[in-house]
Design a protein around this ligand. Structure first.
Ligand SMILES: [Fe+2]
Length: 241
């Protein structure tokens, strides 16, 4: 009697095999969707590289700094992946800013500044209708929101600003300060850390600033010239080119 009960029936066996096959197919479809998203991401980023090589390099460094902070915060692999993608895309809206404004080496007029300030909304517009990038679109849109609510485009405040956007703002500002440009030399890390601390609680999430500085000091101690990303292959230079 007991022995008979342990034997799996033919219909049950067929059901289990079918379930296993379906699970395998779902996993394979998920992998395929991820690959297609990555191909789409790389194509869009290539368009940014064609438009402005500096902004492309800046976006890769912002992704690296964001993920470094994300790791310090203990984010999961999946969360780090979305954070990297959001950071890579944060300035994608600059594709829609005229070269005369985007590449202008001198001070922008008020009108030009307004055009420049439209780039987070443009990032959102570019990404929002591709379903797998809908959340990423929102994180990109909010990367110039300030912790005190005086940022743009929506004047979001504190933790109403998505976490990834608060992370990207710190990474973005840090790269802008430490990158050497034709018209000025990049600041040393320590000076940039002081700047972040000065605007901690007004521009930046104060808790994230503490974690960022800690994470970047550990990175600095490794003394590596390059970094890697998950979504784009290759070694990236830490210093702007
Ligand atoms: Fe930006």
């Amino acid at each position: 009697m007991t022995k008979k009960n342990n034997v799996i029936s033919i219909p049950e066996l067929v059901k289990n095999v079918t379930l296993l096959r379906l699970t395998g197919e779902v996993e394979s479809l998920k992998r395929q969707q991820k690959e297609i998203c990555e191909m789409a991401a790389r194509s869009i980023l290539l368009a940014l590289d064609c438009k402005d090589h500096y902004t492309y390099g800046h976006s890769t460094r912002v992704a690296y700094y964001s993920v470094t902070l994300g790791k310090e915060l203990g984010l999961s692999e999946e969360e780090l992946y979305d954070l990297e993608l959001s950071a890579l895309f944060h300035d994608i809206g600059k594709i829609g800013v005229p070269d005369s404004v985007l590449l202008k080496p001198t001070r922008l007029t008020e009108e030009e500044f307004l055009l420049m300030k439209s780039h987070p909304t443009k990032s959102y517009e570019i990404l929002k209708d591709f379903e797998p990038f809908q959340d990423i679109a929102l994180y990109a849109k909010s990367h110039h929101e300030r912790y005190d609510g005086r940022g743009y485009p929506d004047g979001l405040k504190g933790e109403d600003i998505p976490l990834y956007s608060r992370i990207i703002l710190i990474a973005d500002t840090f790269d802008a300060m430490t990158s050497t440009r034709p018209y000025r030399k990049g600041l040393p890390y320590e000076v940039a850390f002081n700047e972040l601390e000065e605007f901690s609680g007004s521009q930046f999430d104060p808790e994230l600033v503490v974690h960022f500085i800690k994470a970047m000091q550990k990175e600095e101690a490794k003394d590596e010239k390059t970094f890697k990303l998950t979504i784009i292959d290759g070694d990236f230079e830490k210093q702007a080119a």
